[in-house]
Design a protein around this ligand. Structure first.
Ligand SMILES: Cc1ncc(COP(=O)(O)O)c(C=O)c1O
Length: 418
């Protein structure tokens, strides 16, 4: 693939869009973002008409692949009857009922638009319900770009000091954040045992650390957190923005067998349309009836609600989760050996349909700072395979064995030419 049209489009985009892309994450794609004209199933076509196997999948949401017919039909029907109403409509009730049916531990939910927003809503509910202020998050875990949780994303961050991850962030907003090591049972036990004295309202946790290396929480780690949150009156929030409706219909809570008090969903819940939610214990959600402000012009808009309901229906049918697991396994079995056989081998971490390429010695960090790694990701794109800049691959039900075989060949070529 020449990537010519995307190179030109990126240069043009930089004139009108800050950084040349809709999100800083996309601007970090190597050698530059791909500019896409059309998407279907597991593939996207660039402005030159060249086809790529897409493992970015909108950064996770497209569990059903691009252009699922059931979701598109529902959206197109909905948009003919209304686009946005600043009041109630049946679609939001039907969508909420469908989500709650899929997530048995959740009794009620609140709608919002993005994962970042929904995390803030969940923290507000937890603070209101407990009358406490502080929140525990784990080092390397990403919970959106809001000032109060964007901290300590690097491997080298340690201890309990929250380190801001962006320039321009208010240090004051991080005063209430306590950071701890992911899977460090002893450390979290010590922190939570003093929850009342330390004014801890909530623990927020991505049970599969999906944004950094892809590491599953150890059962003992999750069980300890659940037990100590119960003992010390702390609200346990699962950030299921990536894992929700992907690892299992009931998300990571079902996958790991641990029930949080609140779950935050985003990405996959609307099959490629914009919507997020906080779902969980009714007494916590009902804080909105006792003074917690929860607002948003586009919350539960009819288009997104039709997409959520249709997505829930599509996910309930056709052995979706068996197919996702099989696709993840097939990727691992086909692409894994190509990574291992390279002169500078890399390995693969997998949890269900989430995959992460881990560079071994010889490559540096996957955070954009290592030219060699960036060259690998860029070469893969030239070979027709798009992964995230940090080496993540999201597999959908639309990916096939043939896609994985082509990917294995592309990985071989990209690593050989290194
Ligand atoms: C685990 C996790 N939480 C929260 C977010 C924030 O979601 P959004 O980008 O919709 O604001 C993301 C986004 O990638 C995420 O991966």
């Amino acid at each position: 693939m020449s990537l010519d049209s995307s190179r030109t489009a990126f240069a043009r985009a930089q004139q009108s869009i800050g950084g040349g892309a809709g999100s800083g994450m996309r601007a970090a794609m190597r050698p530059h973002p791909l500019f896409v004209e059309r998407a279907s199933g597991a593939h996207v076509w660039d402005l030159d008409g060249d086809r790529y196997i897409d493992y970015v999948m909108g950064w996770g949401p497209l569990v059903l692949g691009h252009g699922n017919a059931h979701v598109l039909n529902a959206v197109s029907d909905a948009m003919k009857s209304m686009q946005l109403v600043g009041t109630g409509h049946l679609g939001e009730i039907l969508a909420a009922e469908a989500v709650l049916e899929a997530v048995p531990h959740a009794e009620r939910l609140l709608w919002s638009n993005t994962g970042t927003e929904a995390i803030q809503v969940a923290l507000r509910l937890a603070r209101a319900a407990t009358g406490r202020q502080r929140v525990v998050k784990f080092i390397r875990c990403y919970h959106g770009w809001h000032d109060s949780v964007l901290a300590s994303l690097s491997d080298t961050d340690s201890g309990q000091e929250a380190v801001p991850a962006s320039k321009g962030q208010s240090p004051a907003a991080l005063q209430d954040l306590i950071t701890a090591g992911f899977n460090d049972v002893e450390q979290i036990a010590e922190i939570l045992s003093a929850a009342r004295d330390r004014d801890i309202a909530a623990v927020v946790l991505d049970p599969i650390m999906s944004n950094a290396g892809l590491e599953a929480a150890r059962p003992e780690f999750l069980a300890t957190i659940r037990r100590l949150c119960d003992e010390h009156g702390v609200v346990l929030i699962f950030d299921e923005v990536i894992t929700g409706f992907r690892l299992a219909r009931g998300g990571a809570a079902e996958y790991c067998g641990v029930q949080p008090d609140l779950s935050v969903f985003g990405k996959a819940m609307a099959g490629g349309f914009t919507q997020s939610a906080v779902a969980g214990r009714a007494d916590l959600i009902d804080e909105v009836t006792r003074g917690v402000v929860h607002a948003g012009t586009f919350n539960s808009n009819p288009i997104a609600m039709a997409a959520v309901k249709a997505t829930m229906e599509a996910l309930a049918e056709g052995f979706v989760y068996e197919r996702l697991e099989a696709a993840g396994l097939a990727f691992e079995r086909t692409v894994g050996p190509a990574l291992a056989a390279a002169p500078r081998p890399a390995t693969l971490n997998r949890v269900g349909s989430l995959l992460q390429i881990i560079p071994s010695a010889g490559y540096g960090a996957t955070n954009g700072s290592d030219p060699q790694w960036n060259r690998f990701v860029g070469s893969l794109l030239s070979e027709g395979v798009m992964i995230t800049p940090s080496g993540k691959a999201f597999v959908s039900v639309a990916h096939t064995e043939e896609d994985f075989e082509v990917t294995a060949e592309a990985v071989g070529s990209a690593l050989a030419s290194d």
